[in-house]
Design a protein around this ligand. Sequence first.
Ligand SMILES: [Fe+2]
Ligand SMILES: [Fe+2]
Length: 283
Amino acid sequence: MRKIFPPDDLARDERFHRVHLVERMTDGRSADNSRGPGRGPGRLTPARADAPDAARALMHGIFTGEIQALEGAGRTCWDFPIGAKPTEEEPDAVPFELKLDMARQCWDEARHCEISVRLSEWMGTEIGEFSESPFLYEAACNTDPVLRLTGVNRALEGLAIDVFNTMREFGDAAGDPVLEFCEDWMLADEVTHVKMGSDWLRRLTATDPERQARALEFQKVVDKLFSLGGFRGEDDDSPVRLARRFRELAGFDTDEMDELAEISRSARDEADRIRQESAAEAP
Ligand SMILES: [Fe+2]
Ligand SMILES: [Fe+2]
């Protein structure tokens, strides 16, 4: 079986529609323009006129993310040779215990797929009603296992912690216990997955500070990419809130979380600047 399976070849049936992430984020059904054109949807609250569609779109995004998380963790069980330490012949060798953790994660993600399908049904959504962008799986194609785990388990599953927590709070505010409990259960597993990323990053790079720096740099690049216009932040109107307490449980320290908040703030300032410039240029 081949190593590093290309994202274009992932198995999907005709219900799934793949688009670029930017197209997905600007889907008219979930873009509330009441805050000004292109200003983003703001915080998800039941009071918003577009709340049902925005919640369904976000949940469908979670669902496709779960499929990719399962595929990515499955690949990590297979793509790398087993070895206590990397060698010259096998610089990408990983301990068997890392693969056991990834196998456990596969089981969790498979369960999350099932929960997401049923929860989406409960919310009135059909599979494929919203599109899919394979960004999580793409990060899971990194050929260095340390970079892969840092990019996927710390950056993207860290984002999943923020998203699940936001959706859980929305379920509570909307008086929907099914939504609230489903998100709560999945959130608990995601904290474990992010902690696996934190623990393996520390273990695999204990004697290789250069590799650790490279992995943290890759994580930062992924974090920047997914801070899209300040989408995840700590302002009252941030669509997704940084879940500090859960991230702390998953091995993030305060400096790292402060840095994440800063990345998000500058992404938001940058988006505001671009918007003002294009408004000024408009005839
Ligand atoms: Fe998951
Ligand atoms: Fe996960």
